[in-house]
Design a binder for this molecule. Structure first.
Ligand code: SF4
Ligand code: SF4
Length: 494
């Protein structure tokens, strides 16, 4: 390691905000916090992290552009939440507002999945997949390409304001803003046809709402990923506060093997490590940390479990010909076992992981079953309340209903409506059949709600009670499937 790094690193790997000159608006976003200048590092976890980031970003930006043919009069976007049409589309699956419980199911599966991942692999979500981590890493990647790695950035911030410094700062912030704009715009594309929105956006014909929301999401991205960064994880996010409840001694976490590392001290490469710890106090683990944590001080809430310090320390161990894993991504049980020279093991099957997995599987199975067996028709009947019933001149009793058929298919449907449960009852449907009919044919357009006014007449002798149970029977004329719908017929009683 070069001397500059070592001396800079000796001040615990980050610079006090007061010591760094604000450049193009840079500086800590929270009072008393420190400006973190994380250093680039190569290694296994960094590679995994880059892979996760590019895949997730690719999915996010590309997914709204995927097309899906649903036939005429239907959106051709594979993933779309159509707010005006009150519909959500996921490839071939179409979710109506009445089916919002699917969203609840997805949230339950996601939450329990997060519990399971945490119990197995600690803060793997925070370190590798969380949107804050992904976008912050992207912004830091841009920053590194424009301003240089850690030492260059520290020098730049401490140095006077020159043309070169201003140029770098402005370029960085313009790049961040463009990414933020693309991020905000991509988010809107999940709610509006992507090609249409893009054309409208750049030709100035999009609505003020769309411009407003795009700028809102762009601004949020710019602030959270560009400025707030680790402060979001440390001060704003509630997840670190209760995730430790999912840990046990077999959960994989990033830890420093103190029993092996201490007593620490500076060292030469060819030094004899007998009688001393393997930590050479290079602070590389702190320099690469995106949240400025010194993991040698033990587990901390600010540690997001990204394991970059593992890569950093392994690279140092390699240089000193010492065994890797002084900082390790392993369970505390294995750490203890290693310290006693005992065998280590990974125990993925434990009561809590089995329970989480079982809950997830049950929720997923229920969702899947209800999805494949769901009806694409819904009946809604509203009985007239005022008046409850009408006495007719021939002695019969009449009730009025508003009968709604929700046809969720993209095919026109024809149904036969009939009655069951009251002897001699007949019906009339306004505009379709007159009073005295025993059935009526109801046409319903594709993907709409058919609304019909239905009057049911029953002879007085068939109504011994004030309230009689009755069924509307709706038959799909094409498939022959009958959809009964229970309702009530009101009369004067005996
Ligand atoms: S733990 Fe490893 S990376 Fe950190 S200071 Fe010690 S030797 Fe260096
Ligand atoms: S301490 Fe290590 S694992 Fe934790 S956030 Fe810092 S670099 Fe990542």
């Amino acid at each position: 390691m070069d001397q500059t790094n070592q001396s800079e690193a000796a001040s615990s790997g980050f610079e006090k905000a007061a010591g760094a000159q604000p450049g193009a608006g840079d500086g800590p976003i929270v009072a008393d916090s420190v400006q973190v200048y994380s250093r680039n590092i190569k290694g296994t976890f960094r590679t995994i992290k880059w892979s996760a980031i590019w895949i997730l970003l690719g999915l996010y930006y590309v997914a709204p552009w995927l097309r899906w043919d649903r036939g005429p009069n239907a959106p051709g976007q594979a993933l779309l939440v159509d707010m005006p049409g009150r519909r959500a589309y996921f490839f071939d699956i179409e979710i109506w507002p009445q089916e919002v419980y699917y969203l609840v199911g997805i949230l339950i599966i996601a939450a329990v999945g997060l519990f399971l991942a945490t119990a197995l692999a600690g803060r793997i979500w925070c370190g590798f997949f969380c949107v804050q981590t992904v976008w912050t890493d992207l912004f830091m990647w841009v920053e590194r390409h424009i301003e240089g790695d850690r030492n260059a950035r520290i020098r730049l911030d401490k140095g006077p304001l020159t043309f070169s410094k201003a140029f770098k700062k402005i370029t960085k912030h313009i790049a961040w803003m463009l990414i933020s704009l693309a991020t905000g715009g991509a988010w809107i594309m999940y709610f509006k046809d992507a090609p249409t929105f893009t054309v409208e956006f750049f030709t100035g014909t999009a609505s003020y709402n769309l411009y407003g929301f795009t700028l809102l999401f762009a601004g949020t991205t710019y602030i959270l990923a560009g400025w707030a960064r680790e402060a979001v994880c440390i001060y704003m996010c509630p997840w670190p506060r209760f995730q430790s409840a999912m840990f046990d001694e077999h959960s994989l976490i990033v830890t420093y093997e103190e029993w092996r590392g201490e007593p620490r001290g500076k060292s030469r490469r060819d030094a004899d490590f007998t009688g001393r710890g393997h930590c050479v106090d290079c602070t590389m683990c702190v320099q690469v940390c995106p949240t400025g944590v010194d993991i040698r001080q033990g587990q901390q809430m600010a540690c997001i479990g990204c394991a970059l310090c593992v890569d950093a320390c392994n690279s140092i161990m390699d240089r000193f010909n010492l065994p890797r894993g002084l900082i390790t991504y392993d369970s505390t049980a294995n750490q203890v076992a290693r310290s006693k020279d005992q065998a280590t093991k990974f125990l993925p099957l434990r009561p809590r992981t089995i329970i989480y997995a079982a809950v997830m599987l049950i929720a997923a199975a229920v969702m899947l079953f209800s999805l494949v067996s769901r009806e694409r028709l819904e009946i809604n009947v509203l009985r007239d309340r005022a008046p409850l019933f009408v006495r007719l001149s021939d002695g019969g009793i009449r009730n009025g209903y508003t009968f709604k058929v929700l046809n969720m298919e993209r095919l026109a449907k024809t149904y036969t409506l009939a009655l069951d449960g009251i002897d001699g009852a007949t019906l009339a449907v306004i505009g379709i059949v007159k009073e005295g009919a025993t059935s009526a044919t109801l046409p319903v357009k594709p993907d709409t709600i058919g609304t019909f006014r239905v009057f049911v007449k029953a002879p007085r002798r068939s109504l011994p009670e004030k309230s009689m149970d009755m069924n509307f029977l709706l038959t799909d004329q094409k498939t022959g499937k009958v959809y009964p719908h229970e309702t009530v017929f009101a009369g004067p009683g005996r």
